[in-house]
Design a protein around this ligand. Structure first.
Ligand code: NAD
Ligand code: 4PL
Length: 244
């Protein structure tokens, strides 16, 4: 951060869970954070506590995405950091993944990344500076069962990071992925993934459940100016559950 410019960060899916912790961490580091989520109330509460700006946004809605990015540029003048965090986190055995369910997960977890990233890189490219972090998942490393559609989107988000690093580097933009292991977010705690802790925690190096606050610092580092020589990479943040 320079003395004169306050960096603006857009975090999608930031009304709760890992996204909210990332939004708080970036705000604590001095950034102006746009807390974007389909959950308007939750986004407003997070923005209220961290001095940010809330935007109601469905990342899979092309018109809404383009309108929201234009609003942010109008109101705040810039977008320096994008964290692609919004996602559906389903647990569905392969036999039960209908094409409709497959498309639903693709549209939020993958089309959403395309839409927001495509709009934001235009803004970042004009400024000649940007930091993009995709929140992937260590399920892509572990091959976690009963969420094949989800794992496929997380692999695709890492593929996009690798593919875009070169093109975006020429514009002064870095793009990396952070791949958390199982985290006690509101979403996971309220759904069937919660049973996964009993299986995963014994494989970790540390004997407790991961929290959203355990992921946020890694994202903040890759989103910082000082991470400018790192791009196209995936940082696994899972207490050593997987090792590569
Ligand atoms: P969560 O379900 O607690 O929160 C997700 C947020 O995204 C919610 O606020 C939800 O409203 C929002 N959202 C959903 N669809 C949206 C859309 N179309 N547009 C905008 N916002 C939308 O989830 P979480 O556990 O905090 O997960 C956050 C990210 O971390 C996701 O990318 C997830 O895949 C990833 N992740 C989670 C875990 C885990 O165990 N919790 C592990 C690895 C990776
Ligand atoms: C190990 O990304 O990485 C459950 C739910 N277990 O979403 C995840 C593990 C989940 C994960 C994830």
């Amino acid at each position: 951060m320079t003395d004169t410019v306050q960096r603006v960060a857009l975090v999608t899916g930031a009304a709760q869970g890992i996204g909210a912790a990332i939004a708080d961490e970036l705000a604590a580091e001095g950034m102006k954070v746009v807390v974007a989520d389909v959950n308007a109330e939750g986004a407003a509460a997070v923005a209220e506590r961290n001095g940010g700006v809330a935007k109601t946004l469905d990342v899979s809605d092309q018109d809404a995405v383009n309108r929201t990015i234009a609003e942010i540029v109008d109101e705040l003048g810039r977008i320096d950091v994008l964290v692609n965090n919004a996602a559906l986190v389903p647990l569905t055995p392969w036999a039960d993944i209908t094409f409709e369910e497959w498309r639903r997960v693709m549209s939020v977890n993958l089309d959403g990344i395309y839409l927001v990233t495509h709009a934001v890189t235009e803004v970042m490219g004009e400024a000649g500076y940007g930091r993009i972090v995709n929140i992937a998942s260590n399920t892509f490393v572990a091959g976690t069962p009963d969420c094949a559609h989800y794992v496929a989107t997380k692999g695709a988000s890492i593929g996009l990071v690798r593919a875009l690093a070169g093109e975006l580097g020429r514009l002064g933009i870095t793009i990396n992925a952070v791949a958390p292991g199982i985290i006690a977010s509101e979403g996971v705690l309220s759904g069937p993934h919660a049973a996964g802790f009993d299986y995963v925690v014994p494989m970790q190096a540390f004997d407790r459940r991961g929290l959203p606050q355990d992921v946020a610092p890694a994202v903040a580092f890759l989103a910082s100016e000082k991470a400018g020589w790192i791009t196209g990479q995936t940082l696994v943040v899972d207490a050593g559950h997987t090792r590569n």
